[in-house]
Design a protein around this ligand. Structure first.
Ligand SMILES: NC(=O)CC[C@H](N)C(=O)O
Length: 316
C-alpha cells in the first residue's frame, strides 16, 4: 500500500477537475520559446522517497524559470552563508510583480526586497559558487542533478537564446544595481548564468523529488543523504510561503498553505513538511504569472487532504 496521502486514481480525478481552469490563463510569450508550450498539458507527480504517483502529461518537459530562484538561493547560502547573502538581498515580501524596478529605488541603501523577485534573484546568481559563467552554471547544474537524482538534467539552449534576446528589463535591473554597488560583477556574465539557470529543462517528477528534499529538512528521503543543511531548507521553505507565488503569495498561503515556488513556464514545485514533494505543470498563467490550473489544483488538493501548514489539525 502506498505511504502517500492520496492514491493515483484520486490524483487523476483531481487533475481532471483542475484541467479546464487552464482555459482562463495565457501561456507566457514575452520569452518567445515559452509560447511553444502546449496549453493542454497538465501533469502532476507526488513523491515521498518511497512512493511515486502520477497523473496527466507527466512526460512533458519544461524549463525551471523562477523555480530556479529557490535553488540558486539554497546553493548561494550553502556556499557563502547567510550573512553575506542577506547583506545583498532582503527578506521582505512585496506586493509588486516579479519584474519590478520601482522597489529598488525606494530602498535606501538600494537592495532588492527578496530573492524571489528578479532583481534579488540576479544578485543571488552573482553569489553562486564559481568565478566564470561556465563554472557558475556547471556548479548549479551539479546541484540540480543531485536534488533530482537525474544526471541527465541540462540547459535548454533554445529557451536560453530566446530569453537572451528579450532580456533588456533584467539587464536594466543589473545595471541599476551595479550603479548602486549591489552587483559588482560583469552584467552580461550574470545575465547569462541567470538565463541558463532559468532554462534548465526537467519534468514533474524532477520537481517532486526536489520538493521532497526541501520538505524533508534538506535530506533526500530515499538515500537519506543530506543535500542542503536543515536551516537552509527552512529559509527556502519560508521564502516559498512568503514570496513563492510573487504578488499572489498571500492569497495562495490562505487558500492552499503549501510551500510552493512557481515559474512562468507553468511549473510549480511544492514541498510538504513530511518530506512529500509535488511537481505540477500547466503552462497557461493567470495575471500574476502563476499557472492558473496549477494554483486551482493545489488549492483543491490542500482543502481535500488538509495540507495547509497553517492548519491546526494537520493529519498526514
Ligand atoms: N517569473 C519567472 O518565472 C521569470 C523567469 C524569467 N526567466 C525572467 O526572468 O523573466
Amino acid at each position: 500500500m502506498s505511504s502517500l496521502f492520496i492514491n493515483e486514481e484520486q490524483l487523476a480525478s483531481m487533475v481532471e477537475a483542475a484541467r479546464p481552469v487552464a482555459a482562463q490563463g495565457t501561456v507566457a510569450s514575452y520569452i518567445p520559446a515559452l509560447s511553444e508550450a502546449d496549453p493542454n498539458h497538465f501533469g502532476c507527480v507526488i513523491y515521498n522517497g518511497s512512493d511515486t504517483i502520477k497523473a496527466g502529461e507527466t512526460d512533458a518537459l519544461f524549463t525551471l524559470q523562477s523555480v530556479s530562484k529557490i535553488l540558486s538561493l539554497a546553493l548561494a547560502l550553502i556556499d557563502q552563508g547567510e550573512d553575506t547573502v542577506f547583506s545583498k538581498v532582503g527578506m521582505e515580501p512585496t506586493g509588486d510583480p516579479f519584474y519590478t524596478v520601482q522597489a529598488l529605488e525606494e530602498e535606501k541603501p538600494s537592495k532588492p526586497l527578496n530573492p524571489m523577485i528578479n532583481a534579488g534573484a540576479l544578485v543571488v546568481t552573482s553569489l553562486l559558487p564559481g568565478k566564470t559563467e561556465s563554472e557558475k552554471i556547471s556548479r548549479f547544474l551539479t546541484f540540480i542533478r543531485e536534488l533530482t537524482g537525474n544526471p541527465s538534467i541540462a540547459v535548454c539552449e533554445k529557451t536560453a537564446a530566446s530569453e537572451k534576446e528579450h532580456a533588456d528589463l533584467n539587464r536594466a535591473l543589473c545595471y541599476f544595481m551595479k550603479s548602486h554597488d549591489v552587483l559588482k560583477e560583469d552584467v552580461e556574465m550574470i545575465l547569462n548564468v541567470y538565463i541558463k539557470q532559468c532554462s534548465i529543462l526537467l519534468n514533474c517528477e524532477d520537481l517532486a523529488r526536489i520538493g521532497s528534499i526541501i520538505g524533508n529538512n534538506g535530506v533526500d528521503p530515499a538515500s537519506k543523504k543530506s543535500i542542503m543543511p536543515p536551516h537552509i531548507a527552512k529559509i527556502v521553505t519560508t521564502f516559498m510561503i512568503t514570496c513563492g507565488m510573487y504578488n499572489e503569495s498571500g492569497s495562495f498561503a490562505i487558500k492552499a498553505g503549501i510551500p510552493t515556488k512557481s515559474g512562468v513556464s507553468g511549473a510549480l514545485l511544492s514541498g510538504l513538511k513530511n518530506g512529500t514533494g509535488i511537481g505540477v505543470y500547466s503552462p497557461p498563467l493567470d495575471n500574476k504569472g502563476n499557472s492558473a490550473a496549477g494554483i486551482h489544483f493545489l488549492e483543491s488538493l490542500s482543502n481535500v487532504y488538509n495540507l495547509s501548514i497553517f492548519s491546526t489539525y494537520q493529519e498526514l
